[in-house]
Design a binder for this molecule. Sequence first.
Ligand SMILES: [Zn+2]
Length: 277
Amino acid sequence: MNCKEAEELISALIDDELSDLERSSIEGHLRDCPRCRRAYQWERALNREIRMVGASVVAPVDLRQRVLSDQRTTRKEGKYSNGASKLILHLQPFLRPAFASALLVILLLSIIFLMQRPSQPISLAALQSRAKIDKGEIPLQKATNTDELHDWLRRAVDGKFGPMGYDFSPLGVRPIGGTVQEVEGRQILVAVFGGNGLSITCFTFLGTEEDAPKNATVFFDPETKIQFYSFSRNGINAVLHREDNTICILTSNMPPEDLLSLVRISSPHKHRHGSTA
Ligand SMILES: [Zn+2]
């Protein structure tokens, strides 16, 4: 299930209107997708507030009595004043403090939600294209040799930047191909590797650590002084880190801990500082 499909089902989930299959499918998505999970939590909180408001606008006894006596008097006084008194009765609930404070809560919730909602950062876009690559929806420039693939990618952006020199051959993971994508005006080099039941896709682009999703888990490696940002989506795990002005995101089907140690161990940065491979 993708985010668009999930968004369409969130209201039905809250209203308990889904089939078992739909329910387990969206619950799976909510587990993996923090953005949809927030949307779900927000809508559920909003629903609760709306129900509270509904309960608080039930008119108190004295108001009801006034309404009834008012109707009686207006009937006596004639039909013209009837409209005006009805209008006041309709407005009455809005003037009540409980209603006003519930409205304020709704407003605040909306503002907090809007502030938290990430503006689809480039790293999430990378994970989306990874899913498309896995489905074969994005054509790749085939490669059998890592150096050749990296040279091709570097030339594709006129040598402005290039993939970090990862070599996964000790894991039996070999280069498959590459492509260049553009997200919000930025070029992303994509290098795809696979083998031994593992698949690794590397995304390289010019950026800053601000490009990491806000909900990523951050790991600091005291040895290399590099911060690693770990995040996941739809069963694909990712680790982002920065070297100078270049951002590298490795995505893989391997568990997050394994991916993190792979990135740290095989970091080309480490090699430059003379550590053994
Ligand atoms: Zn989602």
